[in-house]
Design a protein around this ligand. Structure first.
Ligand code: GUN
Ligand code: ZN
Length: 437
């Protein structure tokens, strides 16, 4: 029998979707809660007193007033952009050409790709993120290095080779055929290996020819249990560009649908400027949309209508969009989601924000049976939040009259200092290693 560990603290428990039902019915905090870990999984969640009595031999880890959360799930990142995060002064298309593509070129070198994958994953864990869905670069080696580094950390991750066969510089283009062949080889190698999941990954309609989108649509059709990730409707000049490149398409979404790239396992990043027809079609097909709020303000993209999209019961995830996003922190990302919703007239509750960063993102990636909620049978991937991690947060939290008031300062002002511990597959991460470049 494996050793059982009982974590004591305040527990964040989700039973439903707090964007679709009143948050009070969907999510709660047990102020004297406990999580029982058995091997790599959670085997029980409940009251500390009950679980202590039922499991007297379990090793106790007492987190006091810390908040025990599922590990954060970042539903859209570009790990190769780690070293160029916070690049100044450009909007999407110029930002890609000036900063992103030159940096992605460097990952042709497997030694560099390995060092960036390793650096990114350590930063993500420092920030309490235990799973992410990442774009790699066009280089197959960038996918191998990412999955290899994730597996040495025992992390559940999703990733795919980014495919581009036009409108990208020399050295950063594949073809319809090589995109198909390389993606298939990588998918066969990694999908379902350990905790790895493969996502077929056309970067976005402007950097693929219709032939490449067709090829990737065919690949997805042959491997329907994979996700398909891409971008949609991030900036207005991008949408104009798509209109010019695909004159027969009804809209941006149609460029994907026509080529077999729309379905329940599709995950679209950004989705800021969608037309009504696109929203209807996304709702009908069950495809997921991922909100990238720090990126959407940093690159100047716009204010996604998260609350409006939630009323259509569209699966919604939350993401940093590293390195278009300006942070590795899902706490900072929740704060930006709150601020953007305020600008659109909705005050998202901390229960909704924490749910988006955990269960919501997990559901958008079809990983809700494994991660994203504290419940028996889920993987024991956890983030332990110190709700008094800085003097500024502490002085506010101590004025709180409710548990949510005590949590909200950490959501709005917290960062990696709020992450007291991270558990991955039932094991506590050894220590918070400072990342050395
Ligand atoms: N659209 C196409 N590629 C990218 C990217 O790397 N980042 C962002 N934010 N948008 C994109
Ligand atoms: Zn992106």
């Amino acid at each position: 029998m494996s050793v059982q560990t009982l974590l004591l603290g305040q527990t964040f428990v989700a039973r439903g979707n707090p964007l679709e039902t009143p948050w009070q019915d969907a999510v709660s905090v047990n102020t004297s809660g406990a999580v029982l870990i058995d091997g790599a999984q959670i085997s029980a969640v409940g009251d500390a007193s009950v679980l202590r009595a039922a499991h007297p031999k379990a090793k106790i880890v007492d987190y006091g007033m810390h908040l025990i959360c599922p590990g954060f799930v970042d539903a859209h990142v570009h790990y190769p952009q780690t070293a160029m995060i916070a690049s100044w002064g450009k909007q999407l298309i110029d930002w890609l050409n000036t900063y992103t593509f030159p940096e992605e070129m460097r990952l042709e070198d497997p030694v560099y790709a390995k060092s960036i994958a390793s650096r990114y994953l350590d930063l993500a864990l420092d920030h309490g993120t235990t799973t992410m869905c990442s774009f790699a670069t066009i280089h197959p080696t960038s996918v191998d290095e990412f999955f290899t580094q994730a597996s040495t950390r025992d992390m559940r991750v999703v990733a795919g080779k980014t495919c581009m066969d036009r409108n990208a510089p020399d050295g950063l283009r594949d073809t319809a055929q090589t995109a198909y062949d390389d993606s298939k080889t990588l998918l066969d190698r990694w999908h379902g290996t350990g905790r790895a999941h493969y996502a077929i990954t056309p970067r976005f309609a402007p950097t693929s020819t219709p032939e490449q989108l067709d090829a990737l649509g065919a690949l997805w059709h042959a491997h329907p249990d994979c996700l398909m990730q891409t971008h949609i409707s991030e900036q207005l000049p991008e949408i104009d560009w798509v209109r010019n490149l695909y004159p027969d398409a009804r809209d941006y979404l149609d460029t994907y649908e026509t080529h077999g790239l729309l379905g329940a396992r599709a995950v679209f990043g950004h989705a800021i400027h969608l037309e009504p027809r696109e929203i209807d079609r996304i709702a009908e097909t069950g495809a997921a949309l991922v909100h990238c709020p720090t990126s959407n303000t940093f690159i100047g993209s716009g204010l996604m209508d998260l609350a409006g999209l939630a009323t259509r019961r569209i699966p919604l995830g939350l993401a940093t969009d590293t390195g278009g996003g300006s942070s590795f922190s899902m706490l900072r990302t929740m704060a930006a989601a709150y601020e953007i919703a305020q600008l659109r007239g909705t005050a998202l509750h901390p229960a909704q924000l924490l749910w988006l960063a955990t269960a919501g993102s997990a559901r958008s990636l079809h990983l809700q049976d494994h991660i994203g909620t504290l419940r028996a049978g889920s993987d024991a991937d956890l983030a332990i939040l110190d709700l008094e991690s800085t003097p500024a947060i502490t002085q506010r939290a101590r004025e709180a009259n409710t548990v949510w008031e005590a949590i909200f300062p950490t959501v709005m002002m917290g960062d990696d200092r709020a992450i007291a511990d991270v558990w991955i597959a039932g094991r506590k991460r050894a220590c918070k290693e400072p990342v050395t470049p």
